[in-house]
Design a binder for this molecule. Structure first.
Ligand SMILES: [Zn+2]
Length: 201
């Protein structure tokens, strides 16, 4: 698996360019990896609807839920499907619109300095072996190609937007990813979560 550092594209990915990106601010490099989950319609796998959402071509008539989301201008850099197939929507050096209002270690606007990776899945289902293998390989190649990234700065959407987001959710196996990469993850268990834990004790 290789990244072309000029184009910011991953050779192992099918390319599906999304308009939902722009330039990163001039002083921003990719410094954070954010893991998400998505399925469209929710809980259904293997369709083309995620790519349609990310390319602004989702048909609102095809499912009641699509009418609620088809106006969104969103995309991650990558999607890893249940089969392990990887789709790239945005070159890594550009800013994809995946995190929304978010804060990582006191720093807001995570899109400015992050790379977003969606796993096809839900908050209620385990992810596949193929997804973990591809995710690990992708993270390793990203960190090799972008020295501003670090294995110590990998987090979940739920950790940087805890009021709004729950993904990648309770079925994402952080312990497995930690073991595969040799670091303790997620890097940013939030103060909110920590307080909740403390209150329960
Ligand atoms: Zn998300």
């Amino acid at each position: 698996m290789l990244i072309d550092s000029f184009t910011g594209l991953l050779d192992a990915a099918q390319q599906c360019p999304s308009p939902n990106h722009d330039e990163r601010p001039s002083d921003c490099l990719p410094e954070l990896i954010v893991i998400h989950n998505i399925s469209l319609p929710p809980g259904k796998f293997n369709g083309d609807y995620i790519s349609q959402l990310f390319t602004n071509t989702l048909d609102r008539e095809e499912h009641p839920f699509f009418a609620e989301i088809c106006h969104l201008k969103v995309a991650s850099h990558l999607l890893i499907r249940r089969t392990g197939e990887i789709i790239q929507y945005v070159p890594f050096h550009l800013r994809a619109f995946h995190a929304g209002i978010s804060v990582y270690r006191g720093r807001s606007r995570c899109n400015d300095f992050s790379i977003g990776i969606e796993l096809e899945g839900t908050d209620f289902t385990p992810f596949t072996e193929e997804q973990y293998q591809q995710l690990t390989a992708v993270i390793q190649v990203l960190c090799l190609n972008y020295p501003s990234l670090s294995l110590h700065h990998i987090t979940g959407h739920q950790h940087i937007a805890p009021e709004r987001k729950t993904d990648p959710g309770p079925f994402f196996d952080w312990a497995r990813l930690s073991l595969d990469l040799g670091v303790a993850l997620p890097a940013d268990a939030t103060v909110t979560e920590f307080n909740e834990l403390s209150l329960k004790c």
